[in-house]
Design a protein around this ligand. Structure first.
Ligand code: KG4
Ligand code: ZN
Length: 338
């Protein structure tokens, strides 16, 4: 018998993901998103997300198996996101994972959503160096993590946003600028025609006395809203606003991440989460890592956003490390601390 095949299931927000990983290699993965159904509300509606997971889970698992050329009976372990996330949404994934694990008589592993994002860095680039620095930037998270052995050592949480996540800031400002949801990609597209130096948006928590690894984006959001209000009755130079906002957010994110690497003697920075798709976050991270002699890993976008492959990747590491499986009555933990 070869190495175990691990099924990973993700359902913490609006993406239903299933992935299959064996020995660090991705065999197949499928993601269904209910994002379009939330668009008219301008944000994720928990009830709609839960219902969408219920509809999507079986087909997504089935398609991932088909893609990998496997049958359900080939699965040797199941890993599932238990938190943090929306409780109804998590519940659907965990219930599905339990059913499969119980029916097949295979171990079940509960996975922290952020550990999943960290493991996304292994899917295309191979095992993570020990230690490495991980910047998770999404609509729900902005965290700087010091990671050693993901399966054995606790993740060290160096810093977090004190208010809005970076993606949330993009999404909210986009709304004020009259751009479509989700705002991040719209800001990125619009910024191409603007000047990053047009508006001097604040760089919060970058002073010498500020918490070095914490973030704050609500001030940037308010400054952008005020700047837009200042143009009431006039045509809003949206491209300049978008480019300047993107520059401010990318500057703070990459400055702090590179400083954290330097100060902790870490040679690799991994950037994951939806905001890792941002063109300026990527180019500034590349520029600053090159100058500092730090290796930068940004997984392909499909692994940056929520997916089941990253959860399977954590499950695979846990299986390989001989970690203890979760009981079949494991509960969800919507506000799981790291
Ligand atoms: O990781 P993700 O798919 O979901 C979670 O929030 O967990 O991230 C979604 C976030 C949204 O806030 C979206 O606006 C942002 O990532 N995003 C971007 C870009 N693409 C997605 N933000 C800036 N630039 C982008 N190109
Ligand atoms: Zn996520």
């Amino acid at each position: 018998m070869g190495s175990p095949i691990v099924l990973g299931i993700e359902s913490s927000c609006d993406e239903t993901g299933a992935g299959l990983v064996r020995d660090g290699r991705l065999l197949g993965h499928v993601v269904a998103s209910s994002m379009a159904e939330h668009a008219r509300y301008g944000g994720v509606v928990p009830e709609i997300a839960s219902r969408a997971h219920l509809h999507a889970l079986r087909p997504v698992v089935r398609q991932a198996l088909d893609e990998a050329g496997l049958r359900l009976a080939d699965i040797d372990a199941v890993a599932v996101t238990t938190g943090p996330g929306l409780s109804g949404a998590l519940q659907v994934g965990v219930a599905g994972a339990k059913r499969i694990a119980y029916a097949l008589g295979v171990p079940l592993y509960g996975v922290h959503h952020l550990a999943g994002h960290v493991a996304a860095g292994t899917l295309e680039h191979g095992p993570l160096p020990d230690p490495c620095m991980v910047l998770i930037v999404s609509g729900g998270h902005t965290s700087l993590l010091l990671v050693r052995d993901l399966a054995r050592d606790p993740i060290v949480h160096l810093g977090d946003t004190l208010d809005d996540a970076a993606g949330e800031c993009f999404d909210k400002v986009a709304r004020v600028f009259g751009l479509p949801y989700p705002g991040g990609p719209a800001i990125d597209r619009t910024a191409r025609d603007g000047s990053p130096r047009a508006v001097a948006f604040p760089r919060p928590l970058t002073g010498p006395r500020d918490a070095p690894y914490d973030f704050s984006f609500s001030g940037v959001k308010t400054a952008a809203a005020r700047w837009a209000e200042g143009h009431t009755g006039l045509e809003l130079p949206v491209a300049d606003g978008a480019a300047s906002l993107q520059e401010a957010v990318a500057d703070v994110l990459t400055r702090k991440a590179v400083a954290a690497c330097r100060e902790h003697g870490v040679g690799t920075l991994v950037v994951v989460g939806g905001v890792a798709a941002n063109s300026r976050v990527r180019s500034l991270a590349e520029e600053r890592c090159r100058t500092a002699g730090i290796e930068l890993r940004v997984p392909p976008l499909k692994f940056c956003t929520d997916n089941g492959a990253m959860i399977a990747a954590v499950g695979d590491l846990l299986v390989q490390a001989g970690a203890e499986a979760a009981p079949l009555d494991v509960s969800i933990d919507p506000s799981a601390p790291l």
